[in-house]
Design a protein around this ligand. Structure first.
Ligand code: SF4
Length: 366
C-alpha cells in the first residue's frame, strides 16, 4: 500500500483497485485516508445557483440545458446582496465554503462577470472559502477571479475522455483540460470530478480517475456525484447508482489521490446514513450542504448535522490547507477585461439520446 501521491496511474491498475474484495478495498482506502487527513473532520460546502437554467450546452444529465424540457425555472444572475445573505446563512449552519454556479458555457467579460467578481470579494471578506463554477475560462479571467479572492474553481471532467462523446456534444474533453490548465496558472485551487451512473462502464470510471490523478498537481478537491436522473433529460431512465458502486468509487478515488478532498456530491438523498458513513470511512471528507444542489434535491442541513453528531464528525474550519487569499478591489486591479473570444471546440457529433430528448422537449413546449 502506497500512501504517497503518484501521477502515473494506469487504467488497468485503477480497475484492479476498484474491483478488489470490498473489505480489502475499504481497509486500504481508510488506511491511506488516515495518513493524509483527520478521519473525523468533514468539510461542508454550500452550493448556490447564482444563474439558473437556459444553458446552451447539451450535457445529457443536466436539467439546466435549455434544449431539454424540465421543471427547472430559469433565473437571471443573483444580486450581490442576495448572495451575501445566503453565504451568511450557510456560514451560520457550519459551511466553510460557498460554491457559486452559473449555467454558462463559458465566462464572458462584461457586467455579469464583474458582478460575479464582486460576489467573490464579498464572500472572501466573510472569511469563507469561495469557489465558482462558471464554465470555460481564459487565463485572464482566472487571474481576475484569483485577484478578487477566489479560493477554488470547479470544472468537472464528468467522465472518461472516451465516454465524454456519449454525454456532451457541444464541447470537447480537451476544453475542460484547458480551463483547468488556465486555473493552474493562478493560486486558485482546482476542484474537478465527475458523475457515475450515466451508463458508463467501470473502465470509463477508471479512465476519468486516470485523467484526474495524472494531473500534476492533482485537483485539491474531487467531487463524486451519483446521477440524479431528472425527467425531461436524456438520462431520465438511467437506473439509480447502487451504494456499493459509490463506496467503491470513493475508495478508489481516495487511493489514487491520497491528499485530495473527496466530496460526496449529488445523489446523497438516495443514500442512507449507513451508506454515507461507509463513504466517509472509505475516504470521503467533504459534502455539499443545503436542501438543493443547483437544481437537484439534497439532504436538509439539520439532517446532516444530526448525522455528523451521530458519527462524531466535525465540520472543517476554512483555510486549513491554504492561506486565505487577499482581495484586491476592482479599482486596484492589475488585470483588465480583454474581451477575448477564445475558440472553444464545438465537436457537434450526434448523441442520439440527447437529440431525442431535445425533440421531445420541443414537442411538449408546442
Ligand atoms: S452541466 Fe453546466 S454546462 Fe452542462 S448544461 Fe448544465 S449548466 Fe450547462
Amino acid at each position: 500500500m502506497s500512501t504517497t501521491t503518484r501521477h502515473n496511474w494506469t487504467k488497468e491498475e485503477i480497475i484492479a483497485i476498484y474491483n478488489k474484495p470490498l473489505m480489502d478495498l475499504l481497509f486500504e482506502a481508510a488506511s491511506i485516508h488516515r495518513v493524509n487527513h483527520d478521519p473525523n473532520v468533514v468539510q461542508v460546502s454550500t452550493l448556490l445557483s447564482i444563474k439558473t437554467g437556459g444553458c446552451p450546452e447539451d450535457c445529457g444529465y443536466c436539467p439546466q440545458a435549455a434544449r431539454y424540457h424540465t421543471d427547472v425555472e430559469g433565473n437571471d444572475l443573483m444580486s450581490v446582496s442576495t448572495v451575501k445573505a445566503q453565504a451568511l446563512r450557510a456560514k451560520s449552519s457550519g459551511s466553510s465554503r460557498v460554491c457559486m454556479g452559473a449555467a454558462w458555457r463559458n465566462v464572458k467579460d462584461g457586467p455579469e462577470f464583474d458582478q460575479v467578481l464582486e460576489m467573490v470579494r464579498t464572500i472572501n471578506k466573510l472569511d469563507m472559502e469561495v469557489c465558482c463554477t462558471l464554465g470555460m475560462l481564459t487565463e485572464n479571467q482566472a487571474q481576475r477571479l484569483a485577484e478578487a479572492g477566489l479560493y477554488a474553481y470547479n470544472h468537472n471532467l464528468d467522465t472518461s475522455e472516451e465516454y465524454y462523446k456519449e454525454v456532451i456534444s457541444t464541447r470537447g474533453f480537451e476544453d475542460r483540460l484547458q480551463t483547468i490548465e488556465n486555473v493552474r496558472k493562478t493560486n486558485v485551487t482546482v476542484c474537478s470530478g465527475g458523475i457515475i451512473g450515466m451508463g458508463e462502464s467501470i473502465e470509463d470510471r477508471a479512465g476519468m480517475l486516470v485523467a484526474l490523478s495524472t494531473l500534476n498537481p492533482q485537483p485539491e478537491s474531487v467531487p463524486i456525484n451519483a446521477l440524479v436522473a431528472v425527467e425531461g433529460t436524456p438520462m431520465e431512465d438511467e437506473k439509480p447508482v447502487e451504494i456499493w458502486e459509490m463506496i467503491r468509487m470513493v475508495a478508489t478515488t481516495r487511493i489514487v489521490m491520497p491528499e485530495t478532498q473527496v466530496r460526496l456530491s449529488a445523489g446523497r438523498t438516495q443514500m442512507s446514513r449507513e451508506g454515507q458513513a461507509m463513504c466517509f470511512f472509505a475516504g470521503a471528507n467533504s459534502i455539499f450542504a443545503g436542501d438543493k444542489l443547483l437544481t437537484t434535491p439534497n439532504p436538509d442541513v439539520n439532517e446532516d448535522m444530526k448525522m455528523f453528531e451521530l458519527l462524531g464528525l466535525q465540520p472543517q474550519k476554512p483555510f486549513i490547507k491554504l492561506m486565505q487569499p487577499e482581495t484586491v478591489e476592482a479599482e486596484d486591479s492589475k488585470f483588465q477585461a480583454l474581451g477575448e473570444k477564445p475558440k472553444w471546440s464545438r465537436p457537434e457529433h450526434k448523441i442520439e439520446r440527447n437529440l431525442e430528448a431535445q425533440a421531445k422537449g420541443k414537442e411538449i413546449q408546442k
